[in-house]
Design a protein around this ligand. Structure first.
Ligand code: HCA
Ligand code: CU
Length: 380
């Protein structure tokens, strides 16, 4: 599971997000920020989409980033030729194989698809580029059809085959089964792409890796068509939990927040409060029982170490669920001279007030300072 690679598709799938419009400068800024994190590949919108998209492939290929640059094309010779001329390192080729796509989109049968796949893949290989062949809507495609086309391209030396849950219908067990089966049929790498319509995109990516997949598609904040795909930060959180040392050494986790802020700003959304790692509440502890344990040993209630991601934890104390250990910790931070019995008295006071309204940290500090002063006065 641990030796996975990330194909970062904010500049392709992410461009399909409702609010996305990236000019060249913004694409370059995002590409550089992703490269600093250390993602293995950047996938760009097809040069066949528009003239500017083509220019942007050229511009980003020239940046000399550590990440390999891919663009994403239909299974057409014209697209392949145009893409190769942009100077990218590799091509991600895709074609629809589900009965829906065959009937309502391109109208081609499996023999045609297999023939085209072989033609396009071998051409790209002959030009010295890396190539992936993927089917769209793989989970609603016929298994025999899928395996036969993957086998055909594996035989001619494709670098990767891809599975895409285009509509977000798959669950982790289905993913595990399909990837496992595919793993026994092809010898090339396996890339997976998961939409998040039913909330499985990260779990599906993990199941795919467990079953032998090698590459996962992500986008920053998960942006993409409809409600998007596996988010980069969420996948890193999951993989960190599976193999902390590998993920910490390979990726610059402190940079996740920067790229999320750049992208959130560019597409005019805010980072969700419950976002993996960077959400406003991701490292906030509240209940007194949690706060006490966190102050003794953060691992009690934290699987991610905030400092590994350049984040800080916060223990919330101005509420009715608070406990005296958390309040005592604040007393120490403020360097006030209040003993344990007194802290318990102030804690009772905080709870009493917090039953009426939530208190800010300022409110709590004021209470603590007043208590401290009253005590000092009393002592004179
Ligand atoms: C789409 C295409 C795609 C392609 C995925 C891939 C999908 O429908 O826009 O090439 O791996 O979800 O099927 O994003
Ligand atoms: Cu997609």
């Amino acid at each position: 599971v641990s030796k996975f690679k990330i194909i970062e598709s904010t500049l392709r799938e992410g461009e399909q997000f409702a609010n996305a419009f990236f000019d060249t400068a913004k694409k370059i800024e995002i590409a550089k920020a992703l490269d600093e994190i250390g993602v293995d590949y950047l996938e760009l919108t097809s040069p066949a989409a528009s003239e500017q998209s083509r220019q942007d492939c050229i511009a980003i290929s020239k940046l000399g980033l550590k990440a390999k640059i891919l663009t994403h094309i239909r299974c057409h010779m014209d697209d392949a030729k145009m893409a190769i001329d942009t100077g990218v390192n590799g091509l991600d080729v895709v074609i629809g194989t589900s009965s829906f796509l065959r009937e309502f989109s391109h109208g081609k049968d499996m023999d045609y698809i297999t023939e085209k796949a072989i033609e396009v893949v071998s051409y790209i290989k002959s030009q010295g580029l890396e190539v992936r062949f993927s089917t769209e809507d793989s989970f609603r495609s016929d298994l025999v059809d899928l395996l036969s086309v993957y086998k055909a391209v594996d035989k001619i030396g494709v670098n990767r085959v891809g599975i895409a849950d285009t509509v977000g219908c798959a669950n982790p067990r289905q993913v595990y089964d399909l990837v496992r089966t595919l793993r026994s049929v092809v010898s090339c790498d396996i890339e997976c792409h998961f939409h998040d319509d039913t909330g499985c995109a990260i779990a599906n990516a993990y199941a795919a890796l467990e079953a032998g997949a090698t590459h996962i598609d992500t986008s920053v904040l998960g942006i993409g068509e409809r409600n998007g795909i596996t988010p980069l930060g969420g996948l890193l959180a999951r993989m960190y939990t599976a193999d902390k040392e590998y993920v910490k050494n390979k990726y610059n986790l402190h940079k996740i927040r920067d790229v999320e802020n750049i992208v959130a700003d560019a597409v005019e959304v805010t980072v969700p409060f419950n976002n993996y790692i960077t959400g406003y509440t991701a490292f906030t502890h509240k209940a007194g029982i949690h706060a006490k344990a966190i102050l003794n040993n953060p691992s009690t209630y934290e699987i991610l170490k905030p400092e590994d991601f350049g984040m800080t934890r916060y223990v919330s104390i101005g509420h009715r669920l608070t406990g005296w250990n958390a309040v005592k910790n604040r007393v120490e931070q403020l360097n006030l001279d209040i003993n344990d019995d007194e802290v318990k008295v102030v804690t009772a006071k905080i709870k009493e007030l917090a039953d009426i309204r939530p208190l800010s940290l300022d409110d709590v500090d004021t209470l603590l300072r007043r208590f401290h002063e009253a005590k000092a006065d009393g002592g004179h």
